[in-house]
Design a protein around this ligand. Sequence first.
Ligand SMILES: Cc1cc2nc3c(=O)[nH]c(=O)nc-3n(C[C@H](O)[C@H](O)[C@H](O)COP(=O)(O)O)c2cc1C
Length: 231
Amino acid sequence: MEHTHERRDFMKLAIAAGTPLALGASPARVLGRGDPAQADDASFFDTVRTRRSVRRFQPTPVPDAHLTRILDAARLAPTSGNQQPWKFLVVRDRAAIDRMREACIERALDARRARGITVTPEMTDAVKESMRGYFSAPVYVVVLTDNESRYPTYNHWDGPLAAGYLMLAARALGYGTVFITDSIPDDVTRTVLDIPARYTRVCITPIGVPAAWPDTPTKKDLDDFIVHERF
Ligand SMILES: Cc1cc2nc3c(=O)[nH]c(=O)nc-3n(C[C@H](O)[C@H](O)[C@H](O)COP(=O)(O)O)c2cc1C
């Protein structure tokens, strides 16, 4: 029990400081088994509550061992028939990251032109600044599912579950992430990173120490979601 309290305090400090937990520094923690009254999951709920979509990062490296823990959590997500249809494409190569950024800037400006908007220098600067933020992390993970998996029609459920686990595990270690779809178009990642057609992209997420933790965006009340017994 003592360990559990230590762990909780440690997590609170780390979350308050916004810093990644030192590797291996967390004491072993025993989850209650079978008896909810015995479970002590304060750190888990803190992690869930404080996860935020982060779009600008410090250059602080993410150690391989941290990344391994994060991906190891992701691959423990539930899947249909236990098919585990994922690939986690890890990108640290700065040249590739910069190529994706350049392509995204072009795309974002082209999209505006296609909508009949006159692209001004200010608009160009704003897009560049936004993309500098998205691409400021030291590492990116593209979450993919295999179209040739055992139950490919279930991949669209299995894929986001792994991404969710990944984001929570990263938060537990003090890192920010963001589930990116449109901001980094699918074909940009596909072309720059040579992703075969066999794999469907679920999302791409940066992983890094946030430049700052964003405020929590407005969230609906719990009561807005719950329907009791019968619709
Ligand atoms: C399916 C999905 C697609 C998303 N696509 C993007 C995206 O392309 N770019 C982006 O910056 N954020 C994207 N997000 C992140 C959401 O904007 C973010 O989760 C939401 O605003 C709530 O903020 P929070 O994650 O901090 O709670 C996406 C999230 C989901 C679940």
